[in-house]
Design a protein around this ligand. Structure first.
Ligand SMILES: CC(C)(COP(=O)(O)OP(=O)(O)OC[C@H]1O[C@@H](n2cnc3c(N)ncnc32)[C@H](O)[C@@H]1OP(=O)(O)O)[C@@H](O)C(=O)NCCC(=O)NCCS
Length: 184
């Protein structure tokens, strides 16, 4: 599904438009993912693992835009993607369909100005409306800012996957499993 576009102002005075990325945004989104992968090790990929097949990405975004439940919450500033969030069905099987999986990344210069909180709040409200019963995510155990934002919007820590990530320097990071279970 596609969200109704909305605007917010950051503390630096810039105006952000939040809407759902669609097929035509595939290239912009790929660029954003490569940049954020280079800015922080908190993403799953290193930048050299972000060379997406743009046709496939376009198809995926078009499919998500038409899906009745899955959606993107994408932040644009002056036409460029600066924030990327998706809530997607974990597996399209009956035993899994109550579960959505969320991932988010914001460009470094747009962090710490309330954008992530706004995007997560929009995502949780919409996920609930779309019939998901819970939204899940995995986060590096030392990503305290992200954990803080997730907890603010109802996610709880349910477990640890030890040494889930191995960095280029040979060090490991645990993954914290967080779930936001919607009460009825
Ligand atoms: C994690 C992320 C989505 C948060 O979005 P954001 O726009 O930076 O967050 P906000 O400005 O809305 O809120 C940040 C909050 O974290 C707090 N915070 C900042 N650094 C912190 C830290 N080291 N420890 C704990 N809290 C911290 C701020 O005080 C603020 O708290 P408040 O809302 O109670 O005032 C964003 O920083 C990001 O995308 N980072 C890079 C990629 C990433 O880590 N993605 C998550 C992968 S699971």
């Amino acid at each position: 599904m596609l969200l109704e576009p909305q605007e917010m102002k950051l503390s630096n005075g810039k105006t952000i438009t939040i809407r759902s990325a669609a097929g035509e945004d595939a290239l912009q989104l790929a660029k954003h993912r490569k940049i954020t992968a280079g800015e922080t090790y908190n993403m799953a990929r290193y930048p050299e693992e972000c060379d997406y097949d743009i046709d496939k990405a376009r198809e995926g975004l078009t499919r998500t835009a038409k899906d009745p439940r899955d959606f993107m919450v994408t932040a644009f500033c002056e036409g460029e993607v600066v924030g990327d969030l998706g809530v997607l069905t974990i597996r399209d099987l009956m035993k899994y369909r109550h579960r959505g999986y969320m991932g988010i990344s914001i460009r470094n210069e747009y962090c710490d100005q309330g954008l992530g909180s706004t995007m997560v709040k929009i995502a949780i409200d919409q996920a609930r409306k779309n019939g998901f019963e819970q939204v899940e995510l995995g986060v590096f155990s030392d990503n305290m800012r992200a954990i803080h934002v997730y907890e603010k919007f109802g996610f709880k820590q349910y477990g640890i996957n030890p040494r889930a990530f191995k960095l280029k320097d040979g060090t490991y990071r645990d993954e914290v499993i967080m779930v936001n279970i919607f009460s009825t």
